[in-house]
Design a protein around this ligand. Structure first.
Ligand SMILES: Cc1ncc(C[n+]2csc(CCOP(=O)(O)OP(=O)(O)O)c2C)c(N)n1
Ligand SMILES: [Mg+2]
Length: 511
């Protein structure tokens, strides 16, 4: 029997099979899809600003290593998504952004909310010009495999048409697609992309006395969360020193003997300089990892391996073979000792939350202090906007990460650390935390300044939390931190802690 289905039902059926949850905000141009999802098995989280939807999808994707999906309307809904989608693009996070559009006959005719939305195609975007699920299949697969945001722009009238099941030539689909304008794989243009069989490298092992393995977050590939956690037990058995980029921290427990830890601008430099060969496994080698002044030199002794494993066995095979390289001693990354009031308080927070907490920072001084004070022991111990430095990131990304822990059975606390500037940027999403009683510990470091830029005046942040019916407290003294966190951990609800701090200069970056 041939079943003929309307495209709207086919989409929801596809989504039901592929995602547990989406983050959305309604509007005229997506209403058919929005309503159909409401009546489906997919959990629909209504945010309070589309930026929230994008950031939540990002947080969800980073902790689960699955895709995070957001759905917003045309025009202003889509423009509000630009910052989170750019953030997920720069940080390689698997976000699917679905946007609405007026019906096809009105496109380009100055219709209400009509605008070319290809600005969201930072990595890839599809204009869904006909009712074919291939667009969805291709978008989900690309985003999941390559850990990048992919945009689907759907005109309203397509929903009501019958689904076409015939194969589309995907290349043709791309070429014919006005809105599918960019195809950018985000490689630094000074990195020579050598795609070769890594097994040939092993034959050269004897030529090198000091091989450093450098790992980036690309190594999570399409592993399940449980497999991400297992990588450390594979790596710790190797004799060879292993360094990580910031997003990959915790991939090997930083307390392990052979773990060099964070290298680069905020990490150690010596191992990079001392190594006679660096095997870069799945890192994009940003300027934070290879700082400008030594970049050329480092690139000249780096072999790039783009390993995107589908399961832990692929990682085992690769590293066990490489473990044959010779052991050598080098400097390791060490956490700093807190100096002033700001770092002492951040340190006290880190010391008192569970070691495996998912800490989500914002952009500012607290980001750097958290990075320098935390020893990472598990993957995604710190989630930050590493490459885009986005203020307003922490609260909504924490919400997405929290929903990810719920959906994938990940038993870890979620702790958001923001500055008083960044916290106010997405404060409306406190409503989502309150409505869903999400157990997130929100810390606001109140130094009454925007980093080194300027002084600021703040509203009464505790009263703001009251307005959202969220438990909150105000701390001036570092001694109050342990007790406050102990009590929080026992409860099953969110809390906001405003920590008054004196300002403190940041340690200088390495180079
Ligand atoms: C959206 C956005 N706007 C501006 C900046 C530039 N910027 C980087 S850090 C910062 C100040 C952050 O202040 P706050 O959130 O209070 O954190 P603190 O440095 O005080 O810990 C600013 C304005 C940015 N990174 N992102
Ligand atoms: Mg501040």
């Amino acid at each position: 029997m041939i079943v003929i289905t309307k495209f709207l039902e086919s989409i929801v059926d596809f989504l039901e099979k592929n995602v547990k949850r989406i983050f959305s905000y309604p509007g005229e141009q997506i209403l058919p899809l929005y309503n159909e999802i409401e009546g489906s098995s997919i959990k629909n989280i209504m945010v309070r600003d589309e930026r929230g939807a994008g950031f939540m999808a990002d947080g969800y994707a980073r902790i689960t290593n699955h895709v995070g999906v957001c759905l917003v309307t045309a025009g202003p809904g889509a423009t509000n998504l630009t910052t989170p989608i750019a953030t997920s693009y720069k940080d390689s996070s698997a976000v699917i952004a679905i946007t609405g559009r007026c019906s096809r006959d009105k496109i380009g005719k100055n219709y209400f909310q009509e605008i070319d939305m290809s600005f969201l195609n930072f990595y890839k975007g599809y204009f869904v010009k006909e009712p074919n699920l291939k667009y969805f299949e291709e978008a989900f697969s690309l985003s999941f495999q390559n850990k990048k945001p992919v945009h689907l722009n759907i005109p309203k009238d397509v929903y009501g048409e019958f689904t076409i099941e015939e194969e589309i030539n995907l290349n043709e689909m791309k070429d014919n697609n006005k809105d599918n304008s960019k195809d950018n794989d985000n490689k630094g243009n000074d990195i020579v992309d050598k795609t070769f069989n890594w097994k040939t490298l092993i034959n050269e092992n004897e030529k090198f006395k000091k091989t450093l393995i450098l790992i980036g977050q690309g190594i999570y590939g399409t592993l399940s969360y449980k497999e991400m956690e297992k990588i450390s037990s594979v790596l710790k058995k190797l004799d060879i020193p292993i360094a990580t980029t910031f997003p990959a921290r915790g991939i090997i427990n930083e307390k392990e003997e052979n773990c060099v830890g964070l290298i680069g601008r905020r990490g150690v430099i010596k191992p990079l300089l001392e190594a006679d060969r660096i095997i870069n496994v799945s890192s994009s080698l940003s300027f934070n990892t290879y700082p400008e002044s030594i970049r050329k030199k480092l690139l000249s002794k780096t072999e790039n391996i783009h390993l995107t494993p589908k399961n832990i066995d692929e990682i085992k095979e690769f590293f066990e073979t490489f473990g044959l390289g010779e052991p050598w001693e080098t400097e390791k990354w060490k956490r700093i000792s807190p100096q002033g009031d700001y770092s002492t308080k951040i340190n006290e927070i880190i010391e008192n939350i569970p070691e495996n907490s998912i800490i989500i920072t914002d952009a500012g001084k607290h980001t750097v202090f958290t990075c320098l004070l935390k020893t990472c022991v598990v993957p995604r111990n710190i989630i930050a906007s590493h490459s885009f430095g986005t203020m307003g990131f922490s609260v909504p990304v924490s919400i997405g990460a929290k929903f990810g822990t719920i959906d994938f059975g990940i038993d870890r606390e979620v702790v958001s650390i923001s500055g008083d500037g960044g916290f106010l940027m997405n404060v409306e999403e406190l409503q989502v935390i309150s409505e869903h009683n999400l157990k997130i510990l929100m810390i606001v470091m109140k130094n009454n300044s925007l980093a080194e830029f300027c002084k600021i005046k703040n509203p009464n942040i505790n009263r703001l939390a009251d307005a959202f019916d969220i438990d909150n407290c105000y701390i001036e003294n570092v001694d109050e931190i342990p007790q406050t966190i102990r009590e929080y951990v026992k409860k099953d609800k969110p809390m906001l802690v405003v920590v008054e701090t004196r300002d403190e200069k940041l340690p200088r970056p390495n180079i």
